[in-house]
Write a protein that binds this ligand. Structure first.
Ligand code: UGA
Length: 467
């Protein structure tokens, strides 16, 4: 059992803190926002994340405590994980001022050997800077090491991603430091956690125990940025292929099946759509591009990944125009506002960008999202925007249905009910949740991303609306 402090109770910090407690460590979660700390102490769960409520409930006030007192938490801990925000600056670099201020705060409380670990996504050289700042602020050089331990959590599955990872990367420049980090993850890499009867259930294809990859701190920093950039590149690549599929009348799902079956490529992260969003990929690509530029490398491949991504939402809007001709005064049902299914997060959501363009063009929108509608209602005070309680309420009397987020329930709509609710049987699917043939069988005109358009054959009842 180790004593750990996790600084920052945002997405990464909260999940990491709860999961380290689940692994048997004693964890102090530190945040300088007293309101947040009080809410966590009271039992609030600030983010929508599977298994997080269970873990917080299981460990709160036992192995997991919350405080605003950074110095006391550092003194009590063997390892301190920095998980504060690194928002983008105007020119796309990561703003590291919160990391720096935490490093200053930690420096004064180093009274025995401790490991300071970057957990936030940061550019290469951050660990070197943290060390410099700590030395400048009086931390004795022999009493600490700085390591990088990037996380690969996805929103929505963050807890299982932490407990059943593909790999754990620890970037440490001394053996002593690597040993401390290895201890932190021992219940996972040694496999003991997976034998616990109360362990959180993992995905069916999880391969446990996960390998531990030990690297230098700089390599670990680069692994994180390169990993996100590569995944974003896969998405932009498939979006470009989807565009070609449309031009030649091929079906992108068939093409993806063919290329994804090559074990060197793999099938994952090849789902075409309206482009990637969220708090990570857009920000990390810009930051990685800045890092490359600083190092004298013009990483133009990343420019293209970003350009294709932005183009996707315009391609989707062109489809809406193609389906509906003029937009002013059209009433649209929008299913999905979150940047992806399974989360209530609206940050950099391509769905929101599309909705804003449609509102600007004079559309009226009735939106439904199973988790994100509350947040959206708070930030959307636009005249043409309304929020429905169910998907079918949103569809009622709409000129078309637009699917913008890949929530599972949107892939399982009662299509006859949808047909009956819609004024015109038109579906424009930015997430390819349906097969065109199925939609046509239900009388629906269906446009999607890289699949052939589907126009139903004239059948007495189901196509009357098109006449
Ligand atoms: C991403 C990475 O997947 C995590 O490994 C990483 O830890 C995290 O960023 C981070 O850096 O913190 P996340 O942003 O939660 O995780 O979401 P993803 O599941 O990766 O999806 C990102 C975006 O890409 C979403 O908008 C999603 O809809 C889109 N996407 C994903 C596609 O359009 N196609 C795909 O095939 C996959």
């Amino acid at each position: 059992m180790m004593k750990l402090a996790v600084i920052g109770s945002g997405y990464v910090g909260l999940v990491a803190g709860a999961c380290f407690a689940e692994l048997g460590h004693e964890v102090i979660l530190v945040d300088n926002d007293a309101v947040k700390v009080n809410a966590l102490q009271r039992g609030d769960v600030p983010i929508h994340e599977q298994f997080l409520p269970e873990l917080l409930e299981r460990h709160r006030n036992r192995r997991l405590s919350f405080t605003g007192d950074l110095a006391a938490a550092v003194k009590a801990s063997d390892a301190i994980f920095i998980a504060v925000g690194t928002p983008p600056t105007e020119d796309g670099e990561a703003d590291l001022s919160y990391v720096e201020s935490v490093a200053r705060g930690i420096a004064g409380s180093i009274d025995r050997y401790k490991v300071v670990v970057e957990k936030s996504t940061v550019p290469v050289y951050t660990s070197t800077w943290i060390r410099k700042i700590m030395l400048l602020n009086g931390a004795p050089p022999e009493l600490f090491d700085v390591a990088s331990n990037p996380e690969f959590l996805r929103e929505g599955t963050a807890v299982t991603d932490f407990l059943f990872p593909d790999r754990i990367v620890i970037g440490a420049d001394t053996l002593r430091c690597a040993e401390v980090l290895r201890e932190c993850y021992q219940p996972l890499v040694g496999g003991a956690y997976y034998l616990c009867p109360e362990a959180i259930p993992g995905p069916e294809d999880a391969s446990v125990p996960p390998p531990l990859i030990c690297t230098s701190a700089k390599s670990a920093e680069l692994i994180k940025h390169a990993c996100n950039a590569f995944l974003a590149m896969k998405i932009s690549f498939v979006n470009a292929v989807a565009s070609i599929c449309e031009s030649v009348g091929a079906n992108v799902k068939q093409v993806v099946h063919g290329i994804g079956s090559d074990s060197r490529i793999g099938p994952r992260f090849l789902r075409p759509g309206i482009g990637y969003g969220g708090s990570c990929f857009p920000k990390d690509l810009l930051a990685f591009r800045s890092v490359a530029r600083e190092c004298g490398y013009d990483f133009r491949l990343l420019d293209e990944v970003i350009r294709i991504n932005e183009e996707q939402r315009h391609r989707f809007l062109r489809k809406v125009r193609k389906a509906l001709w003029t937009l002013k005064g059209k009433r649209l049902a929008v299913l999905g506002l979150a940047f992806k299914g399974g989360t209530d997060d609206l940050r950099e959501s391509p769905a929101i960008a599309i909705v804003k363009c449609l509102l600007q063009a004079g559309c009226e929108i009735a939106a439904y999202d199973p988790a994100a509608a509350g947040h959206a209602a708070e930030s959307f005070a636009h005249r043409g925007m309304s929020f429905a309680d169910t998907a079918y309420d949103a569809l009622q009397g709409a000129d078309a249905l637009l699917i913008l987020t890949d929530w599972e329930e949107f892939a399982a709509l009662d299509l006859d009910r949808a047909y009956d609710a819609l004024r015109y049987p038109i579906v424009i699917d930015g997430r390819n949740l349906y097969e065109p043939e199925l939609m046509a069988e239900h009388g629906l005109v269906y446009y999607s991303m890289g699949q052939p358009d589907a126009v139903p054959e004239k059948r007495a009842t189901r196509t009357l609306k098109l006449a």
